[in-house]
Design a protein around this ligand. Sequence first.
Ligand code: AMP
Length: 218
Amino acid sequence: MRIVLMGAPGSGKGTQAKKLVADFGYPQISTGDLLRDAVARGTEFGLRAKAAMDNGQLVTDDIVLGIIRERLAQPDASGGFILDGFPRNIPQAEALESLLAEMETPLDSAVLMDVDFDVLFKRLTGRRTCGKCGKVFNVYFMPPEKEGVCDGCGATDLIQRSDDKEETIGKRLEVYQRETEPLVEFYERAGKLKVVAADGDVDDVYGRLKSAVGLAES
Ligand code: AMP
């Protein structure tokens, strides 16, 4: 199963991708995570990407396509994958089509995680990630049992991503509307678009997502 998860920042792509990984074993390929890792390791890609990321802008296509090409060539991606946060604009979607055609592994579906903008804003400003185990919380919708403490591993460093600060979020949502929303039509024309209502309970959304991509148990 090869799928693209699309949706505005905060639409729950990452959370839902992790659930698919846990249940079905496909790797989650998140360009945001790959870029943050490159920044943390101080690689050349990371150094070039950092300023755009801190400003809520898109990183240039050559950097993103470089890291995605490397990642899709890894053995664990050969049996399928979930792309999270890529493609983010039409040139990236076209490049992905060519790359997958070259590999003779076409995409099965592109899923749009559909959420209202006011919900997105709270999801983003409330998001905290455990600095130790990576578990994700939301101070409004999914707080940890004990304030400031990770339910998963007990660590006390629940971190707000630097690009989840209010001033950057407005820009990220604007960039999404301008650059990424045209992909909905792109995939609709290709006959691959599935739309999932992504408001509400995480498990309900997951049920709808699995049905949309044909992974629901019968
Ligand atoms: P994300 O974790 O997917 O929200 O991505 C965080 C940031 O990484 C974005 O705001 C962009 O600056 C950058 N980024 C992630 N994926 C892409 C992509 N496909 N194209 C360009 N920039 C990206």
